[in-house]
Design a protein around this ligand. Sequence first.
Ligand SMILES: [Zn+2]
Length: 414
Amino acid sequence: MSPIRGVVTLMNFDERFQRAAEPIKVDVTRFLADLVERPSLSRDENATVQRIGEEMQAVGFDEVVVDGFGSAIGRIGDGPVHIVLDSHIDVVDTGDLSLWKSDPFKARIENGILYGRGASDNKAAIASMVHGAGLLRTLDVDTSRFTLWVVGTVQEEDCDGLALEYLLTNTIPKAEVVVLGEATNLQVYRGHRGRAEFAIHTAGVAAHASAPERGVNAIYRMAPIAEQIESLNDRLAHDDFLGKGTVVVSKVECQTPSLNAVPDGCTIYLDRRLTIGETVESARHELESLPAVLDGEATVELLTYEGKAYTGLTLSTDKYFPTWITSEDHPSVRAAVEAGELSLARTPNVGRWVFSTNGVSSAGKLGIPTIGFGPANEIHAHSVDDQCPVDDLWVAAAWYASFPERYVTVAGAS
Ligand SMILES: [Zn+2]
């Protein structure tokens, strides 16, 4: 048994994890292929959920259920420390099919890489998590010290955090730590910027376009607002770890009686990324304080999301997804790094995601320490080259198998 990727073997490398994980390579790869071949766009995840439930049962989970919002939930063990491994299982649509080298919903394996929609984001992780949890049985790990939950959450692409928040509130209210499987390239991540979606509305007075002086043009009222938002972007807060807050005007709409009229309404939509120290209140206040917003008597609105799950349950939420960060010396981060040394024979890097994840609810809203470890590289998410190396699958499974015991030990000692 050689350590992965030729890195120098560490003192605390425990080859049992790789020795148990490598033989599952065929099974975990087949499982990922099955998941890719069940399309599972947001709000249509039922077939994928059923397939995950079957695999959980096959590898020896103690309990497998589907919650009211439709997420797959499996449990192993019944100890006092509740550890949650979460991957979302919905995918974004394909975009222009002609840009794909093969059918996005047929798994294609070439040179050790599995291609298909959702491979990197985020089906590889649920495949590895299910089989990693199954390795607890093979390795005869003492599961009386923790309860390991593996969850495949729905609707993340539509509204990050919504399904996980429902699950952590209703089914697993005692979660002590959450591990997200969003792609980290087998490194450890511990946060990302938050975000909020706003709309700004201006009102005008409609008039015939042949006599514009009789009306008030809502678009002209909006124009200086858009310019001031562009310059606001340069002044937003910066954080050395998470990066800078940003704001983008992402869409414009107007309301007008006809193409021969002065429009009486204009709306712009904003994507606001929030770094440390920025909140929805501070972001709203900045917008409401722009001189052009005040002069143009514009209104600022925080958008809301309403999503009906395939189960029929509808949940709604403000489109505010808080910034979160788990400190580098938190037991979850230390245990994650140690689990890497144990199972991967290398010390993982500790970093952060560029995009947003379900951590906005687990860490951002509910305050549950959250970290990330996942197979695949995040650069392939949502792309026509969506892919995951098949060796990442069993390697990640080894890490998922090693983390729970490590976490209980590190947290118990601190
Ligand atoms: Zn994702």
